[in-house]
Design a protein around this ligand. Structure first.
Ligand code: ADA
Length: 565
Protein backbone atom coordinates (compact mmCIF):
# COMPACT_ATOMS: atom_id res chain seq x y z
CA UNK A 1 0.00 0.00 0.00
CA UNK A 2 1.39 3.42 -0.93
CA UNK A 3 1.53 5.50 2.23
CA UNK A 4 0.83 9.23 2.22
CA UNK A 5 4.40 9.75 3.36
CA UNK A 6 5.86 8.01 0.31
CA UNK A 7 9.36 7.98 1.86
CA UNK A 8 10.58 6.14 3.83
CA UNK A 9 8.71 3.22 2.39
CA UNK A 10 8.80 -0.30 3.88
CA UNK A 11 7.57 -2.54 1.06
CA UNK A 12 7.99 -5.86 2.90
CA UNK A 13 5.97 -4.88 5.93
CA UNK A 14 2.32 -4.92 6.59
CA UNK A 15 1.48 -1.25 7.08
CA UNK A 16 -1.95 0.14 7.87
CA UNK A 17 -2.71 3.79 7.22
CA UNK A 18 -5.25 4.73 9.88
CA UNK A 19 -6.48 7.93 8.23
CA UNK A 20 -10.25 8.15 8.07
CA UNK A 21 -13.21 8.64 10.38
CA UNK A 22 -12.58 7.84 14.06
CA UNK A 23 -15.15 7.69 16.88
CA UNK A 24 -14.95 10.89 18.88
CA UNK A 25 -15.81 12.20 22.31
CA UNK A 26 -15.02 15.54 23.91
CA UNK A 27 -14.68 16.21 27.65
CA UNK A 28 -14.22 19.69 29.05
CA UNK A 29 -12.86 18.72 32.44
CA UNK A 30 -10.81 15.54 32.30
CA UNK A 31 -8.64 15.65 35.43
CA UNK A 32 -5.74 13.56 34.16
CA UNK A 33 -5.71 12.83 30.40
CA UNK A 34 -2.80 10.45 30.95
CA UNK A 35 -4.96 8.26 33.21
CA UNK A 36 -8.47 8.78 31.90
CA UNK A 37 -11.45 6.84 33.17
CA UNK A 38 -12.45 5.24 29.87
CA UNK A 39 -15.70 3.95 31.37
CA UNK A 40 -16.92 7.58 31.43
CA UNK A 41 -16.16 8.18 27.76
CA UNK A 42 -19.12 7.88 25.39
CA UNK A 43 -18.33 8.19 21.73
CA UNK A 44 -21.07 10.42 20.39
CA UNK A 45 -19.49 11.69 17.21
CA UNK A 46 -17.13 10.79 14.39
CA UNK A 47 -14.30 13.04 13.24
CA UNK A 48 -11.65 12.98 10.56
CA UNK A 49 -8.06 11.90 11.15
CA UNK A 50 -6.00 13.87 10.25
CA UNK A 51 -8.07 16.81 11.43
CA UNK A 52 -8.44 19.35 14.21
CA UNK A 53 -11.59 19.18 16.32
CA UNK A 54 -11.50 22.82 17.42
CA UNK A 55 -11.80 24.13 13.88
CA UNK A 56 -15.00 22.05 13.40
CA UNK A 57 -18.31 23.91 13.91
CA UNK A 58 -19.32 21.67 16.83
CA UNK A 59 -16.14 22.19 18.86
CA UNK A 60 -14.85 25.54 17.52
CA UNK A 61 -12.72 27.35 20.07
CA UNK A 62 -13.21 24.70 22.77
CA UNK A 63 -10.38 23.61 25.03
CA UNK A 64 -10.42 20.27 26.79
CA UNK A 65 -9.72 16.58 26.19
CA UNK A 66 -10.68 14.75 23.03
CA UNK A 67 -10.91 10.99 22.67
CA UNK A 68 -10.40 9.55 19.20
CA UNK A 69 -11.05 5.81 18.80
CA UNK A 70 -10.62 3.31 16.00
CA UNK A 71 -10.44 -0.48 15.72
CA UNK A 72 -7.72 -2.41 13.91
CA UNK A 73 -7.00 -6.01 13.10
CA UNK A 74 -3.48 -7.33 13.62
CA UNK A 75 -1.98 -10.74 14.34
CA UNK A 76 -1.61 -11.63 18.04
CA UNK A 77 1.64 -11.10 19.98
CA UNK A 78 3.36 -9.17 17.22
CA UNK A 79 5.91 -6.37 17.39
CA UNK A 80 4.10 -3.22 16.34
CA UNK A 81 5.13 0.36 15.61
CA UNK A 82 2.75 3.29 15.72
CA UNK A 83 3.99 6.25 13.68
CA UNK A 84 2.17 9.48 14.32
CA UNK A 85 3.16 12.37 12.04
CA UNK A 86 2.29 15.20 14.41
CA UNK A 87 -0.47 16.41 16.69
CA UNK A 88 -1.38 19.17 19.09
CA UNK A 89 -1.24 20.22 21.73
CA UNK A 90 -0.51 16.98 23.62
CA UNK A 91 -1.46 13.35 23.05
CA UNK A 92 -1.34 9.85 24.53
CA UNK A 93 -2.09 6.53 22.81
CA UNK A 94 -3.85 3.54 24.39
CA UNK A 95 -4.06 0.03 22.89
CA UNK A 96 -6.87 -2.10 24.34
CA UNK A 97 -6.92 0.34 27.25
CA UNK A 98 -3.16 0.07 27.91
CA UNK A 99 -0.92 3.11 27.57
CA UNK A 100 1.53 2.68 24.65
CA UNK A 101 2.97 6.12 23.94
CA UNK A 102 3.09 9.77 24.88
CA UNK A 103 3.22 12.29 22.04
CA UNK A 104 3.87 15.35 24.13
CA UNK A 105 5.98 17.20 21.55
CA UNK A 106 3.57 19.23 19.42
CA UNK A 107 4.03 18.88 15.64
CA UNK A 108 6.89 16.37 16.08
CA UNK A 109 6.51 13.11 14.20
CA UNK A 110 7.01 10.42 16.86
CA UNK A 111 6.98 6.60 16.97
CA UNK A 112 6.00 4.08 19.61
CA UNK A 113 6.82 0.39 19.72
CA UNK A 114 4.58 -2.08 21.53
CA UNK A 115 3.31 -5.65 21.37
CA UNK A 116 -0.11 -6.36 19.86
CA UNK A 117 -0.97 -8.80 22.69
CA UNK A 118 -3.72 -11.43 22.64
CA UNK A 119 -6.45 -11.55 20.02
CA UNK A 120 -6.72 -9.95 16.61
CA UNK A 121 -9.20 -7.10 16.97
CA UNK A 122 -7.88 -4.16 18.95
CA UNK A 123 -9.06 -0.78 20.11
CA UNK A 124 -6.72 2.16 19.56
CA UNK A 125 -7.51 5.40 21.40
CA UNK A 126 -5.71 8.72 21.03
CA UNK A 127 -6.33 11.08 23.93
CA UNK A 128 -5.65 14.61 22.78
CA UNK A 129 -5.58 17.62 25.06
CA UNK A 130 -5.59 21.22 23.86
CA UNK A 131 -5.63 23.05 27.21
CA UNK A 132 -2.86 25.48 28.09
CA UNK A 133 -1.17 23.90 31.09
CA UNK A 134 2.54 24.49 31.47
CA UNK A 135 2.99 21.33 33.55
CA UNK A 136 1.56 19.09 30.86
CA UNK A 137 2.75 21.08 27.87
CA UNK A 138 5.66 23.44 28.55
CA UNK A 139 6.28 23.97 24.81
CA UNK A 140 3.14 25.99 24.05
CA UNK A 141 1.88 29.11 25.79
CA UNK A 142 -1.08 31.40 25.41
CA UNK A 143 1.06 34.34 24.31
CA UNK A 144 2.36 32.49 21.21
CA UNK A 145 1.28 34.37 18.11
CA UNK A 146 -0.39 31.43 16.35
CA UNK A 147 -3.50 29.51 17.28
CA UNK A 148 -2.70 26.31 19.17
CA UNK A 149 -5.17 23.82 17.71
CA UNK A 150 -6.20 20.48 19.15
CA UNK A 151 -6.27 17.35 17.04
CA UNK A 152 -4.32 14.86 15.00
CA UNK A 153 -2.60 17.02 12.42
CA UNK A 154 -0.97 14.36 10.28
CA UNK A 155 -1.32 10.71 9.25
CA UNK A 156 -1.03 7.77 11.60
CA UNK A 157 0.51 4.50 10.42
CA UNK A 158 0.66 1.13 12.11
CA UNK A 159 3.55 -1.14 11.11
CA UNK A 160 4.09 -4.84 11.90
CA UNK A 161 7.79 -5.16 12.64
CA UNK A 162 10.00 -8.19 11.99
CA UNK A 163 12.26 -9.27 14.86
CA UNK A 164 15.12 -7.29 13.29
CA UNK A 165 13.72 -4.08 11.80
CA UNK A 166 15.14 -1.11 9.94
CA UNK A 167 14.38 2.14 11.70
CA UNK A 168 15.70 4.64 9.15
CA UNK A 169 18.54 4.80 6.64
CA UNK A 170 20.17 8.24 6.57
CA UNK A 171 22.12 9.23 3.48
CA UNK A 172 24.93 11.81 3.56
CA UNK A 173 26.47 13.35 0.46
CA UNK A 174 30.23 12.77 0.65
CA UNK A 175 31.00 14.23 -2.77
CA UNK A 176 28.99 15.69 -5.60
CA UNK A 177 30.50 12.99 -7.83
CA UNK A 178 28.06 10.58 -6.22
CA UNK A 179 29.86 9.29 -3.11
CA UNK A 180 27.48 8.79 -0.23
CA UNK A 181 27.63 7.46 3.30
CA UNK A 182 24.63 5.46 4.49
CA UNK A 183 23.79 4.82 8.13
CA UNK A 184 21.05 2.29 8.76
CA UNK A 185 19.61 2.29 12.25
CA UNK A 186 18.19 -1.02 13.40
CA UNK A 187 15.82 -2.08 16.17
CA UNK A 188 15.00 -5.45 17.71
CA UNK A 189 17.28 -8.47 17.92
CA UNK A 190 20.62 -7.11 16.80
CA UNK A 191 23.32 -9.41 15.42
CA UNK A 192 27.07 -8.51 15.61
CA UNK A 193 27.25 -8.38 11.87
CA UNK A 194 24.80 -8.66 9.06
CA UNK A 195 24.44 -8.79 5.32
CA UNK A 196 23.15 -5.63 3.65
CA UNK A 197 21.75 -5.60 0.14
CA UNK A 198 21.29 -2.20 -1.44
CA UNK A 199 20.29 -0.91 -4.78
CA UNK A 200 20.55 2.71 -5.88
CA UNK A 201 17.84 3.86 -8.28
CA UNK A 202 17.34 1.02 -10.78
CA UNK A 203 20.93 -0.14 -10.71
CA UNK A 204 22.05 -3.66 -9.81
CA UNK A 205 21.85 -4.80 -6.21
CA UNK A 206 25.09 -4.80 -4.19
CA UNK A 207 25.70 -7.12 -1.23
CA UNK A 208 27.98 -6.32 1.69
CA UNK A 209 28.68 -7.83 5.07
CA UNK A 210 28.84 -5.11 7.67
CA UNK A 211 29.46 -4.84 11.41
CA UNK A 212 26.62 -3.68 13.62
CA UNK A 213 28.00 -1.11 15.99
CA UNK A 214 25.71 0.07 18.77
CA UNK A 215 22.41 -0.08 16.90
CA UNK A 216 23.46 0.85 13.36
CA UNK A 217 25.41 -0.20 10.30
CA UNK A 218 27.29 2.29 8.17
CA UNK A 219 28.65 1.82 4.67
CA UNK A 220 29.86 3.91 1.75
CA UNK A 221 28.35 3.64 -1.70
CA UNK A 222 28.50 5.38 -5.05
CA UNK A 223 25.50 6.59 -6.99
CA UNK A 224 25.87 5.04 -10.46
CA UNK A 225 24.50 7.94 -12.51
CA UNK A 226 24.82 10.86 -10.15
CA UNK A 227 22.65 13.91 -10.78
CA UNK A 228 23.13 16.84 -8.43
CA UNK A 229 20.17 18.34 -6.55
CA UNK A 230 19.97 22.05 -7.34
CA UNK A 231 17.29 24.72 -7.47
CA UNK A 232 17.09 24.65 -11.24
CA UNK A 233 17.19 20.89 -11.43
CA UNK A 234 16.22 19.19 -8.17
CA UNK A 235 17.29 15.65 -9.09
CA UNK A 236 16.48 12.92 -6.59
CA UNK A 237 17.79 9.39 -6.10
CA UNK A 238 16.46 6.43 -4.19
CA UNK A 239 18.21 3.71 -2.25
CA UNK A 240 16.53 0.40 -1.44
CA UNK A 241 18.12 -1.43 1.47
CA UNK A 242 17.35 -4.94 2.68
CA UNK A 243 18.59 -6.42 5.95
CA UNK A 244 17.24 -9.87 6.80
CA UNK A 245 13.45 -9.65 6.25
CA UNK A 246 13.06 -5.89 6.27
CA UNK A 247 13.44 -3.46 3.38
CA UNK A 248 13.39 0.32 3.33
CA UNK A 249 13.28 2.68 0.36
CA UNK A 250 14.64 6.14 1.10
CA UNK A 251 14.87 9.13 -1.21
CA UNK A 252 17.76 11.60 -1.11
CA UNK A 253 19.54 14.29 -3.10
CA UNK A 254 23.21 14.93 -3.78
CA UNK A 255 23.99 18.42 -2.62
CA UNK A 256 26.24 20.33 -0.24
CA UNK A 257 25.53 23.40 1.84
CA UNK A 258 28.18 25.61 3.45
CA UNK A 259 28.61 29.00 5.08
CA UNK A 260 31.73 30.85 3.99
CA UNK A 261 32.87 34.46 4.00
CA UNK A 262 29.42 35.74 4.83
CA UNK A 263 27.78 33.75 2.06
CA UNK A 264 25.67 30.65 1.77
CA UNK A 265 27.04 28.18 -0.77
CA UNK A 266 24.78 25.59 -2.36
CA UNK A 267 26.93 23.00 -4.14
CA UNK A 268 29.86 25.40 -3.79
CA UNK A 269 28.05 28.32 -5.46
CA UNK A 270 27.08 31.45 -3.50
CA UNK A 271 23.37 32.11 -3.53
CA UNK A 272 20.76 34.36 -1.94
CA UNK A 273 17.79 32.90 -0.11
CA UNK A 274 14.57 34.63 -1.11
CA UNK A 275 11.34 33.61 0.47
CA UNK A 276 8.85 33.58 3.29
CA UNK A 277 8.09 32.30 6.70
CA UNK A 278 5.18 29.90 6.36
CA UNK A 279 2.72 28.65 8.93
CA UNK A 280 0.85 25.41 8.29
CA UNK A 281 -2.54 27.00 8.65
CA UNK A 282 -6.00 27.24 7.15
CA UNK A 283 -9.19 28.61 8.70
CA UNK A 284 -11.05 25.35 8.19
CA UNK A 285 -8.31 22.75 8.59
CA UNK A 286 -5.97 24.46 11.06
CA UNK A 287 -2.57 22.81 10.59
CA UNK A 288 -4.10 19.56 9.26
CA UNK A 289 -3.71 20.71 5.67
CA UNK A 290 -5.13 18.57 2.88
CA UNK A 291 -2.53 17.64 0.28
CA UNK A 292 -4.23 19.89 -2.25
CA UNK A 293 -3.68 22.98 -0.07
CA UNK A 294 -0.02 22.06 0.45
CA UNK A 295 0.36 21.69 -3.29
CA UNK A 296 -1.41 25.00 -3.85
CA UNK A 297 1.07 26.65 -1.45
CA UNK A 298 3.95 25.15 -3.40
CA UNK A 299 2.57 26.49 -6.67
CA UNK A 300 2.11 29.96 -5.19
CA UNK A 301 5.62 29.93 -3.73
CA UNK A 302 7.04 29.04 -7.14
CA UNK A 303 4.88 31.66 -8.82
CA UNK A 304 6.38 34.47 -6.75
CA UNK A 305 9.88 33.30 -7.65
CA UNK A 306 10.78 32.31 -4.13
CA UNK A 307 13.50 29.72 -3.44
CA UNK A 308 13.28 29.51 0.34
CA UNK A 309 10.79 28.82 3.12
CA UNK A 310 11.33 29.22 6.82
CA UNK A 311 9.02 26.59 8.33
CA UNK A 312 7.83 28.68 11.24
CA UNK A 313 7.61 27.69 14.04
CA UNK A 314 7.64 23.89 14.29
CA UNK A 315 8.78 20.63 12.66
CA UNK A 316 7.24 20.42 9.22
CA UNK A 317 4.73 18.15 7.54
CA UNK A 318 6.81 15.57 5.67
CA UNK A 319 4.55 15.92 2.63
CA UNK A 320 5.51 19.58 2.37
CA UNK A 321 9.21 18.71 2.57
CA UNK A 322 8.75 16.03 -0.09
CA UNK A 323 7.27 18.66 -2.40
CA UNK A 324 10.09 21.11 -1.62
CA UNK A 325 12.57 18.34 -2.51
CA UNK A 326 10.79 17.84 -5.81
CA UNK A 327 10.44 21.54 -6.61
CA UNK A 328 13.83 22.90 -5.59
CA UNK A 329 12.75 25.04 -2.64
CA UNK A 330 15.17 25.36 0.27
CA UNK A 331 13.84 25.03 3.80
CA UNK A 332 14.75 26.16 7.30
CA UNK A 333 13.15 23.71 9.71
CA UNK A 334 12.84 24.54 13.39
CA UNK A 335 11.51 23.14 16.63
CA UNK A 336 8.67 24.67 18.66
CA UNK A 337 9.47 27.82 20.61
CA UNK A 338 8.12 31.35 20.55
CA UNK A 339 9.41 34.40 22.37
CA UNK A 340 10.32 32.38 25.45
CA UNK A 341 11.73 34.46 28.30
CA UNK A 342 13.75 33.62 31.39
CA UNK A 343 10.84 31.91 33.20
CA UNK A 344 10.73 29.32 30.39
CA UNK A 345 14.36 29.18 29.35
CA UNK A 346 15.51 28.37 32.89
CA UNK A 347 12.71 25.90 33.59
CA UNK A 348 13.92 22.28 33.62
CA UNK A 349 10.78 20.77 32.04
CA UNK A 350 10.91 23.35 29.24
CA UNK A 351 14.62 22.73 28.63
CA UNK A 352 14.16 18.97 28.61
CA UNK A 353 11.28 19.18 26.11
CA UNK A 354 13.24 21.62 23.94
CA UNK A 355 16.19 19.25 23.69
CA UNK A 356 14.00 16.19 23.13
CA UNK A 357 12.47 17.74 20.01
CA UNK A 358 15.80 17.84 18.18
CA UNK A 359 16.46 14.12 17.54
CA UNK A 360 12.92 13.62 16.19
CA UNK A 361 13.20 16.56 13.81
CA UNK A 362 16.60 15.46 12.52
CA UNK A 363 15.58 11.82 12.23
CA UNK A 364 12.42 12.63 10.28
CA UNK A 365 13.93 15.16 7.91
CA UNK A 366 17.53 14.04 7.49
CA UNK A 367 17.13 12.79 3.93
CA UNK A 368 15.43 15.90 2.54
CA UNK A 369 17.91 17.79 0.37
CA UNK A 370 15.59 20.81 0.65
CA UNK A 371 16.36 21.22 4.36
CA UNK A 372 19.54 23.27 4.66
CA UNK A 373 19.11 25.00 8.02
CA UNK A 374 18.16 23.75 11.47
CA UNK A 375 16.62 26.32 13.79
CA UNK A 376 15.11 26.45 17.28
CA UNK A 377 13.76 28.85 19.94
CA UNK A 378 12.25 31.51 17.71
CA UNK A 379 12.80 34.86 19.43
CA UNK A 380 13.86 33.22 22.68
CA UNK A 381 15.69 35.57 25.02
CA UNK A 382 19.13 35.19 23.49
CA UNK A 383 20.55 38.02 25.60
CA UNK A 384 20.42 35.90 28.74
CA UNK A 385 23.79 34.96 30.24
CA UNK A 386 24.53 31.89 32.39
CA UNK A 387 21.91 29.16 32.09
CA UNK A 388 20.21 31.03 29.26
CA UNK A 389 23.28 30.87 27.06
CA UNK A 390 23.91 27.34 28.26
CA UNK A 391 20.59 26.22 26.74
CA UNK A 392 21.64 27.70 23.38
CA UNK A 393 24.98 25.88 23.65
CA UNK A 394 23.20 22.60 24.41
CA UNK A 395 20.70 22.95 21.58
CA UNK A 396 23.45 23.73 19.09
CA UNK A 397 25.79 21.05 20.45
CA UNK A 398 23.01 18.46 20.18
CA UNK A 399 22.17 19.47 16.62
CA UNK A 400 25.81 19.32 15.55
CA UNK A 401 26.15 15.81 16.96
CA UNK A 402 23.00 14.64 15.22
CA UNK A 403 23.88 16.18 11.86
CA UNK A 404 27.14 17.77 10.78
CA UNK A 405 25.99 18.38 7.20
CA UNK A 406 23.65 21.33 7.70
CA UNK A 407 23.83 24.90 8.92
CA UNK A 408 22.56 25.95 12.32
CA UNK A 409 20.77 29.15 13.21
CA UNK A 410 17.98 30.60 15.34
CA UNK A 411 15.78 33.62 14.72
CA UNK A 412 16.86 36.33 17.14
CA UNK A 413 14.99 39.47 18.03
CA UNK A 414 17.53 40.51 20.65
CA UNK A 415 19.23 42.67 18.00
CA UNK A 416 22.54 44.05 19.33
CA UNK A 417 21.90 42.59 22.81
CA UNK A 418 22.19 39.02 21.50
CA UNK A 419 25.08 37.10 23.09
CA UNK A 420 24.94 33.80 21.17
CA UNK A 421 25.83 34.69 17.58
CA UNK A 422 29.31 33.23 18.06
CA UNK A 423 27.71 29.76 18.35
CA UNK A 424 25.82 29.62 15.04
CA UNK A 425 26.75 29.17 11.37
CA UNK A 426 24.25 31.76 10.19
CA UNK A 427 23.08 34.88 12.04
CA UNK A 428 19.34 35.47 11.68
CA UNK A 429 17.40 38.51 12.78
CA UNK A 430 13.68 39.16 13.09
CA UNK A 431 12.91 42.88 13.00
CA UNK A 432 9.90 45.04 12.25
CA UNK A 433 11.13 48.58 11.58
CA UNK A 434 8.41 50.58 9.83
CA UNK A 435 5.68 48.37 11.26
CA UNK A 436 6.02 48.32 15.05
CA UNK A 437 7.49 51.72 14.45
CA UNK A 438 9.88 53.48 16.79
CA UNK A 439 8.18 56.76 15.91
CA UNK A 440 4.47 56.30 16.50
CA UNK A 441 3.44 59.69 15.16
CA UNK A 442 4.66 59.25 11.59
CA UNK A 443 2.34 58.21 8.80
CA UNK A 444 4.02 55.41 6.80
CA UNK A 445 7.34 55.19 8.70
CA UNK A 446 9.11 53.36 5.87
CA UNK A 447 12.24 55.41 6.51
CA UNK A 448 12.95 53.29 9.60
CA UNK A 449 13.78 50.17 7.58
CA UNK A 450 17.29 50.86 6.27
CA UNK A 451 18.85 52.38 9.42
CA UNK A 452 17.64 49.47 11.54
CA UNK A 453 19.31 46.82 9.38
CA UNK A 454 22.37 48.94 8.55
CA UNK A 455 23.01 49.42 12.24
CA UNK A 456 22.81 45.67 12.78
CA UNK A 457 25.27 45.01 9.94
CA UNK A 458 27.62 47.50 11.60
CA UNK A 459 27.23 45.63 14.89
CA UNK A 460 28.10 42.32 13.17
CA UNK A 461 31.19 43.92 11.66
CA UNK A 462 32.33 45.47 14.94
CA UNK A 463 31.95 42.15 16.72
CA UNK A 464 33.98 40.15 14.22
CA UNK A 465 31.07 38.31 12.58
CA UNK A 466 31.75 39.36 8.98
CA UNK A 467 32.29 35.73 7.99
CA UNK A 468 28.89 34.59 9.16
CA UNK A 469 26.10 34.84 6.60
CA UNK A 470 23.30 37.12 7.79
CA UNK A 471 19.65 36.38 7.05
CA UNK A 472 16.67 38.60 7.74
CA UNK A 473 14.51 35.82 9.13
CA UNK A 474 11.40 37.99 9.57
CA UNK A 475 10.30 41.40 8.38
CA UNK A 476 6.82 42.42 7.34
CA UNK A 477 3.77 44.62 7.52
CA UNK A 478 0.12 43.73 8.04
CA UNK A 479 -2.52 44.26 5.37
CA UNK A 480 -6.17 43.38 5.61
CA UNK A 481 -7.18 41.66 2.39
CA UNK A 482 -9.28 44.04 0.32
CA UNK A 483 -8.57 47.09 2.48
CA UNK A 484 -7.53 49.94 0.15
CA UNK A 485 -6.84 53.36 1.57
CA UNK A 486 -6.10 56.74 0.03
CA UNK A 487 -3.69 57.43 2.90
CA UNK A 488 -1.84 54.22 2.03
CA UNK A 489 -1.57 53.80 5.82
CA UNK A 490 -0.96 50.90 8.25
CA UNK A 491 -3.21 47.85 7.53
CA UNK A 492 -3.84 48.86 3.92
CA UNK A 493 -2.72 46.65 1.05
CA UNK A 494 -0.97 49.73 -0.33
CA UNK A 495 1.19 50.17 2.75
CA UNK A 496 2.25 46.52 2.73
CA UNK A 497 3.14 46.77 -0.97
CA UNK A 498 5.16 49.99 -0.49
CA UNK A 499 6.83 48.58 2.62
CA UNK A 500 7.91 45.37 0.85
CA UNK A 501 9.10 47.34 -2.17
CA UNK A 502 11.47 49.24 0.13
CA UNK A 503 12.58 46.10 2.03
CA UNK A 504 13.31 44.16 -1.15
CA UNK A 505 15.02 47.06 -2.91
CA UNK A 506 17.28 47.38 0.14
CA UNK A 507 17.85 43.61 0.18
CA UNK A 508 18.78 43.59 -3.53
CA UNK A 509 21.23 46.44 -2.96
CA UNK A 510 22.93 44.95 0.10
CA UNK A 511 25.30 42.08 -0.65
CA UNK A 512 25.98 41.57 3.08
CA UNK A 513 22.49 40.04 3.47
CA UNK A 514 22.55 36.38 2.40
CA UNK A 515 18.84 35.77 2.60
CA UNK A 516 15.41 36.99 3.52
CA UNK A 517 12.27 35.29 4.80
CA UNK A 518 9.39 37.75 4.65
CA UNK A 519 6.84 37.55 7.41
CA UNK A 520 4.70 35.88 6.16
CA UNK A 521 3.35 33.70 3.36
CA UNK A 522 -0.32 33.54 4.38
CA UNK A 523 -2.45 35.19 7.05
CA UNK A 524 -3.08 32.81 9.91
CA UNK A 525 -5.35 32.53 12.90
CA UNK A 526 -3.86 33.66 16.18
CA UNK A 527 -4.92 34.88 19.63
CA UNK A 528 -8.57 34.34 20.48
CA UNK A 529 -8.60 36.66 23.52
CA UNK A 530 -8.18 40.42 23.93
CA UNK A 531 -4.57 39.83 22.96
CA UNK A 532 -6.08 40.04 19.48
CA UNK A 533 -6.44 43.81 19.81
CA UNK A 534 -3.14 44.05 17.93
CA UNK A 535 -4.38 41.40 15.50
CA UNK A 536 -7.53 42.50 13.64
CA UNK A 537 -9.92 39.57 12.90
CA UNK A 538 -7.80 37.53 15.39
CA UNK A 539 -5.48 36.77 12.48
CA UNK A 540 -1.85 37.67 11.95
CA UNK A 541 -2.46 39.68 8.78
CA UNK A 542 1.09 40.04 7.49
CA UNK A 543 0.54 37.42 4.79
CA UNK A 544 1.28 38.12 1.16
CA UNK A 545 -1.82 35.99 0.65
CA UNK A 546 -4.79 35.91 2.95
CA UNK A 547 -5.80 32.70 4.73
CA UNK A 548 -7.66 31.48 1.61
CA UNK A 549 -4.51 32.09 -0.44
CA UNK A 550 -5.91 35.16 -2.22
CA UNK A 551 -3.08 37.50 -3.29
CA UNK A 552 -2.79 40.99 -1.88
CA UNK A 553 -1.39 43.97 -3.78
CA UNK A 554 2.15 43.20 -2.62
CA UNK A 555 2.14 39.98 -4.63
CA UNK A 556 3.29 41.80 -7.78
CA UNK A 557 5.99 43.68 -5.85
CA UNK A 558 7.45 40.56 -4.29
CA UNK A 559 7.24 38.56 -7.53
CA UNK A 560 9.07 41.32 -9.40
CA UNK A 561 11.96 41.25 -6.91
CA UNK A 562 12.15 37.50 -6.40
CA UNK A 563 12.13 36.82 -10.14
CA UNK A 564 15.21 38.98 -10.70
CA UNK A 565 18.15 36.81 -11.80
C1 ADA B 1 7.57 37.69 15.72
C2 ADA B 1 7.26 36.20 15.64
C3 ADA B 1 6.21 35.86 14.63
C4 ADA B 1 5.13 36.90 14.59
C5 ADA B 1 5.71 38.26 14.30
C6 ADA B 1 4.68 39.39 14.25
O1 ADA B 1 8.69 38.06 15.08
O2 ADA B 1 8.40 35.42 15.45
O3 ADA B 1 5.70 34.59 14.95
O4 ADA B 1 4.48 36.93 15.82
O5 ADA B 1 6.60 38.59 15.33
O6 ADA B 1 3.78 39.33 13.43
O7 ADA B 1 4.80 40.34 15.04
Amino acid sequence: MLMPNTFPNFPNRSVLCLDGLWDFSFMEKCRDPLKPDFSKVTYTDRLAVPGVFDAMPQYAGKRGTAFYRTFVTTPANTRMLLKSGGLGMWGAFFWDGQFIGLQDLPYSGMEFEFNSGEGVRHELVAVIDNRFDFKRQPLLSQNYDYYCFGGIFRSIELHQLPSLAIDRAHVKTVSLEGDIQVTVKLTGELPNQTEVTYRIDDDEAVKKTVKVSSDAVTFNATVPNPAIWSLASPALHTITITIENDTVVERFGLRTIKAEKGQILLNGEPMKLRGYCRHESHPEFGPALPLQIILEDLQLLKKTGCNFVRGSHYPQDQRFLNLCDENGILVWEETVGWGDRENHLLNSAFREAQLRQLPWMVKNSFNHPCVILWGFLNEGDSSLKGEGRELYEKMIGTLRKLDNTRLITYASNAYTRDINFDLVDVVSLNAYPGWYAANQETLRPIGEIRPKFNNFIKFLHENGFDDKPFIISEVGAGAIYGWRDRLRAHWSEEYQADFLEEVLTYFDETPRIAGIALWQFIDCRTYSSSRALMRPRAFNNKGLFDEYRRPKLAFDVVSKHFHKP
